[in-house]
Design a protein around this ligand. Structure first.
Ligand code: FVH
Length: 288
């Protein structure tokens, strides 16, 4: 399908990397960007530039949207809804699951084939071995676009609910965020005795590397839902968590990043579940 024409809307860091990869793999590319100057290097490299979104989508069978956020996507796509009817629209912009579902519903109302995507990679990784992109929504659109999408990285289709790709994106980013804020806490604590960030990061990496294989065991306990386990109880973990918080403060370091976990453990104890596995905090996370 290298004779397919692809329009890319948005030439920020990610849109540029995607356009470059599509060109390298032989696709005919038309680009549009709000700030027109960003199209110039792409034109020099062989893409076609269009002055408006409406012009840009005329030449593409596939329209890849790589804008800042949900609002910018809707701002640019809504005025050209009729012209998108003949196209497959793939939105790679980061959005929340409900924003993805709303755009999918809007697309369905207008008869537009729409696939929502989430990019689990940074621009330099696009097209390389570690690049992974998630997709959800119109299954037929995925089947038609699949060959193109596989040039950007591993392509995983998550299901027909258009919010699924962004939900997994947000879940994985949440895990990454909590892990890296853990690095920051450890580095802040060790810096108080003159240890460099580099050295603590090495230590954290080795420690987490040893601990990560236990993740699957945690999942088994959670799937069992009884939380009757020989593992770490909430009460045990409360004591450990309180020590970490006290140690931070003794070193003159705020414990704001640690406190939310202790708050949940305290809630378990206050509701008579201190003897349960600490993983029972997951049952407190559902907003009622
Ligand atoms: N860069 C990354 O590492 C991450 C990896 C994971 C996925 N994200 C998401 O990808 C989307 C694009 O990110 P980006 O890195 O390309 O972002 P920027 O370089 O900041 O470029 C933003 C582009 O959006 C255009 N834009 C912003 N607002 C509007 C608007 N109202 N109308 C039209 N275009 C708009 C902006 O245009 P300009 O400022 O150059 O005129 C850029 O083309 C994003 O969802 C990430 O979360 C990337």
């Amino acid at each position: 399908m290298t004779n397919a024409s692809i329009t890319v809307l948005g030439l920020g860091a990610m849109g540029s990397a995607i356009t470059a990869r599509l060109r390298e793999t032989g696709y005919d590319t038309t680009v549009w960007n709000r700030t027109a100057a960003k199209t110039e290097p792409h034109v020099e490299a062989g893409s076609r530039a269009a002055p408006t979104v409406a012009e840009a989508i005329k030449t593409g069978d596939f329209v890849l949207v790589v804008l800042l956020d949900h609002a910018s996507v809707r701002e640019q796509l809504e005025p050209v809804a009729d012209a998108l009817k003949e196209k497959v629209v793939i939105n790679l912009t980061t959005t929340t699951p409900n924003e993805s579902r709303a755009t999918a519903a809007w697309a369905a109302e207008h008869g537009i084939a729409y696939l929502d995507g989430a990019i689990m990679a940074v621009p330099e990784m696009i097209g390389g071995p570690g690049s992974r992109l998630l997709y959800s929504g119109d299954e037929n659109a995925y089947a038609i676009a699949r060959t193109i999408l596989e040039t950007l990285g591993t392509a995983d289709y998550e299901g027909t609910d258009a919010g699924l790709a962004s939900l997994k994106d947000m879940a994985l980013l949440s895990a990454m965020d909590l892990m890296f804020t853990g690095y920051v806490q450890a580095i802040a604590m060790m810096r108080t005795v003159g240890v460099s960030a580099y050295d603590t990061a090495e230590e954290v990496q080795a420690w987490l590397g040893a601990m990560l294989p236990h993740g699957r065991g945690l999942a088994e306990i959670i799937d069992g839902r009884t939380y009757e386990t020989g593992g770490q109880s909430a009460d045990f973990t409360r004591a450990a968590q309180a020590s970490m918080i006290t140690a931070s403060r003794e070193q003159g370091i705020r414990a704001d990043l640690l406190e939310p976990h202790l708050k949940l453990l305290n809630e378990l104890a206050a509701t008579g579940r201190g003897g349960k596995d600490w993983l029972a905090i997951i049952e407190l996370l559902t907003i009622k």
